[in-house]
Design a protein around this ligand. Sequence first.
Ligand code: UD1
Ligand code: UDP
Length: 383
Amino acid sequence: MLKVMSIFGTRPEAIKMAPLVKALNSDSEIDSVVCVTAQHRDMLDQVLRLFDIKPRYDLDVMKEKQTLSSITMSVLKGLDDILEKAKPDLILVHGDTTTTFAGALSAFYKKIKVGHVEAGLRSHDKWFPYPEEINRRLTGVLTDLHFAPTKTAKGNLLSEGVDEGDIFITGNTVIDAMKYTVKDGYIFREERLNKLYYDKKRVIVVTAHRRENWGKPLEDICNALRNIAVDFKDTYLIYPVHKNPVVRDTVYNILDGIDNVLLLDPLDTDEMHNLLAKCYMVMTDSGGLQEEVPALGKPVLVLRDVTERPEAVEAGTVKIIGTDSESLYNEAKLLLENKEEYNKMANAVNPYGDGNASERILKAIKYSFGVLKERPEEYKGGR
Ligand code: UD1
Ligand code: UDP
């Protein structure tokens, strides 16, 4: 049997690997094993519980205020023995975190093949997002099978000289995950979210946590959010705050105690996705939200200067606005006051997938190892 080990460690990797792990687990021709690094602990466990995934291996590497080097070293050290013992035919990593890069490097050291899920995204700027752009490029160099979510991502890989036969356009597995989480008539476990009058108060969902925004940019973001909340009393800002103490200190210092701002602990992903489905708009520096929210037909203002996800920007539902307080305030004001501008952005478009990415990746793996004879059909939607 073909032995496939999925390695992941943070919340977004877990969300996007969950549907693929389920597909691998239910295939009788594959021995599917999960290894978590637990680069995130609580935020990873939330996802494992929701999708009922039971890892065979758990490196439990998370430390408070961990550094990039310390995560890399712990993951390399932890995976060494596990890969030696388990001897998978293929390991799968996802996206652009330190777990992704260190996981791929560990496999390379053991001469084990690497499959990269969500391959080929590029901002073409070494420092933004930091360190994700470089994690993704380094992982690409170590990868044997590139699962590119879109045509644009495939184009990036081709321009770097990757062999076309090793690239499969699959769509993004996050859309598969949303098929599982988003439900009509969803009732929140967080009672305060059931009590919001989504038709009377306009709910703005906010998340911001990126390393390159720590310090002044995050302060500027929070000051702008405070001004929006004060000036637009008919809005309700909901901000589930990342567990990182660096982020929490800034956010709570500036935004705690304002009537129409609700600061929450990280939400379970089904709660988050259903909140996104009901809200008026989203302001975020997250990568994943730039893919999820367009599919739900809500405008997204991205609190960064560049993105590695240009597809929804081209489709018109995502706007890159940076972190300057004044422009952030003005862009939000425009969407709150100008219905025409709002309607232009509030279109459900889905350049990222059709919910079948996991099936395509599963077939591509089987094809690459000679279990399936025919190369699988690629995802044809999107950009
Ligand atoms: C990491 C990824 C980033 C991804 C983000 C998703 C890297 C370098 N960064 O950034 O690409 O966008 O995850 O959220 O791989 N913490 C907890 N509990 C948790 C999770 C984190 O307490 O469940 C705290 C710890 O103090 C930890 C800190 O957050 O040291 C930072 O975690 P880390 O994974 O290093 O960075 P993120 O900013 O979460
Ligand atoms: N998310 C979640 N709970 C929250 C905030 C976000 O489940 O309280 C989900 C969100 O829907 C998306 C993912 O986490 O699927 C994004 O992760 P994050 O912002 O941590 O990382 P990034 O996307 O920036 O890498």
